[in-house]
Design a protein around this ligand. Structure first.
Ligand code: ATP
Ligand code: MG
Length: 257
């Protein structure tokens, strides 16, 4: 909704901007209407987290960056929400770590696939995978199992922001290192991830890029040390604690819109 101006001075500027981007995504045929519901769920958690990147989310972003740099074939999966929220940021991350971009939709339609591919190209992407759809994720029903055999099918490390729980689990079962961005630490996607980044994708993607740039000259041993120093369970527990503290703070009126 570019016709609605949000003053930058608004205390919840970023949250309102995010909402407008999703609305615009729906209008352009990039985001599904169910994507609006996902956005609402995400906003609720973000609100409780104080709409900020927590220390544990930052550590997860650094571990994700190290995994992407160590990967033989990293792929960044793009769905309708992510395409609407941070297309340019995803293109930039793909460049910095040498990853492929692949459109990967839960509610797959040819029209939406094409709209997202075009949208990513408008934001500077050269090759975008996903249209070939000649690979399958085992154990998932036909439409939802589709991936590119030479994209996600072949990847050793996949970044899946806002992925559905079933597919996140199945991708993990394929032996892939799975980097998940999800504001809900209790969601199955976050629970099955090798690295769960509990943060808004709008902040998380540029943050992973920043860490990847910072680690660009690190040795393999240093990258392995970052990866080995990360613990998913500790991170999820820290995120749950931050949310509980957010609920407590509500009583103090600290987090008002
Ligand atoms: P399940 O328990 O089956 O995993 P779900 O909670 O994942 O269900 P969905 O609506 O399919 O339900 O998934 C949306 C997920 O994406 C939610 O966990 C939500 O917190 C998260 N989410 C939504 N918007 C964002 C965002 N901008 N950044 C990060 N995570 C987001
Ligand atoms: Mg989920």
């Amino acid at each position: 909704m570019s016709d609605v101006e949000v003053p930058e001075s608004h205390p919840r500027y970023e949250s309102l901007l995010t909402r407008h981007r999703i609305e615009e995504g729906v209008e352009k045929g990039i985001t599904s209407r169910q994507g609006l519901i996902a956005q609402g769920r995400g906003e609720a958690f973000d609100y409780l987290l104080g709409e900020r990147t927590t220390g544990s989310a930052d550590a997860a972003a650094r571990a994700a960056a190290a995994h992407l740099l160590l990967a033989d074939h990293p792929v960044l999966s793009v769905n309708g929400n992510v395409a609407a929220l941070c297309p340019g940021e995803l293109v930039e991350l793909a460049e910095v770590v040498g990853a492929d971009l692949e459109v990967n939709l839960f509610n797959r339609t040819d029209e939406r696939m094409r709209a997202i591919v075009d949208h990513l190209r408008d934001h500077g992407a050269e090759a975008v995978r996903g249209l070939t759809a000649d690979g399958r994720i085992p154990g998932i029903d036909h439409e939802r199992a589709k991936v590119d055999a030479e994209g996600i099918g072949d990847a050793d490390v996949v970044l899946v922001p806002l992925e559905d729980g079933d597919r996140a689990e199945a991708l993990g079962a394929m032996g892939k290192v799975e980097l998940v961005v999800d504001l809900n630490p209790m969601s199955r996607s976050a629970q099955v991830a090798t690295v769960p980044i509990v943060d808004n994708v709008i902040r998380a993607i540029p943050n992973v890029t920043r860490h990847a740039r910072d680690l660009a000259d690190a040795s393999e041993a240093e990258l392995h040390a970052v990866v080995d120093g990360f613990d998913a369970e500790t991170t999820l527990a820290a995120a749950e604690r931050a949310i509980r503290e957010g609920v407590d703070d509500e009583g103090d009126g600290e987090n008002e819109s």
